[in-house]
Design a protein around this ligand. Structure first.
Ligand code: G1P
Length: 291
């Protein structure tokens, strides 16, 4: 079955970025000049996704405004002779059909995904987490859809992480199938280093079969007292085959300050308009600080 639907949870409070996130949703914080959520939606759209459900919460209206048409702004720009900016704005509102639902209580990622049940229906679907931005030649989700097309089963996007970081992620116990593809035997949410079955971490990209919803209904709170998607996936892996795919590309944890800064620097360096002058500035600054 073709994957055309994606779910993006965006209900989190963004406490790690306070005070910036007091009035601005963390998904709207820009990397260079583009909100982090737009990178995620562009990845989905460039992977063939047509319908996206964003799970929002209170205080997230700026997200809806951003992906809507902005007649006032477009008229103002046209009047001010800045027509060259218009295609960039029109492009944003034409990326995909975007739908919204509110998660009324922050009960965990598993609970947020359960809010997508009627949107998803009986189809396999994608999940993209907003804290994981991936810079890749071929969009990360497209790579995963290609794997789904070959195996016809759930696929988790993974990469190896350093020992010190396993306790931040869902970690899989996996058996090698072929280059970059493992079968998921078991998984655990945020294990200690001692408990971790491997270093293979789920990094915010999933393709999941719709049977997950029946499981989520019964999933009890787990790590951190939250209803965890990982716990539901673990049950799903017992009922049907599940794979993980080591995607190509660099992933940034933009939910952390250091990850956000790394993404900002590297996306800026990769830009045609400002990359060269920013590199010059960085070289000089590093020298000055090193001295
Ligand atoms: C979530 C998931 C975790 C996954 C991680 C990827 O955790 O629960 O399994 O590895 O995203 O970023 P969070 O970062 O929301 O605590």
């Amino acid at each position: 079955m073709k994957i055309t639907k994606a779910v993006i949870p965006a209900a989190g409070l963004g406490t790690r970025f306070l005070p910036a996130t007091k009035a601005v949703p963390k998904e709207m914080l820009p990397i260079v000049d583009t909100p982090t959520l737009q990178y995620i939606i562009e990845e989905a759209a460039n992977s063939g996704i047509e319908d996206i459900l964003i799970i929002t919460g209170r205080g997230k209206r700026a997200i809806e405004d951003h992906f809507d048409k902005s007649y006032e702004l477009e008229n103002e720009l046209a009047r001010a002779g800045k027509e060259e900016l218009l295609p960039r704005l029109e492009y944003i509102s034409s990326l995909a059909n975007i739908h919204y639902v509110r998660q009324k209580q922050a009960l965990g990622l598993g609970h947020a995904i359960h809010c997508a049940k009627s949107f998803v229906g009986q189809e396999p679907f994608a999940i993209l987490l907003g804290d994981d931005v991936v810079r890749a030649e071929k969009p990360c989700l497209r790579q995963m859809i290609d794997v789904y097309d070959r195996y016809g089963a759930s696929v988790l996007g993974v990469q190896e992480v350093p020992d010190a970081d396993v306790s931040k992620y869902g970690i899989v116990d996996a058996e090698y199938i072929e280059e970059n593809v493992h079968r998921v035997m078991d998984m655990v949410e945020k294990p200690s280093f001692i408990e971790a079955p491997s270093n293979i971490a789920v990094l915010g990209r999933y393709i999941i079969t719709p049977e997950i919803f029946t499981i989520l209904e019964k999933t009890k709170p787990g790590a951190g007292g939250e209803i965890q998607l990982t716990d539901a996936l673990r049950e799903l892996a017992k009922e049907q085959p599940m794979y993980c795919y080591t995607f190509e590309g660099k992933r940034y944890d933009v939910g952390s300050k250091i990850g956000f800064l790394k993404a900002t620097v590297e996306y800026a360096l990769a830009r045609e308009d400002i990359g060269a002058s920013f590199l010059e500035y960085l070289r000089k600054t590093v020298e000055d600080f090193g001295a």
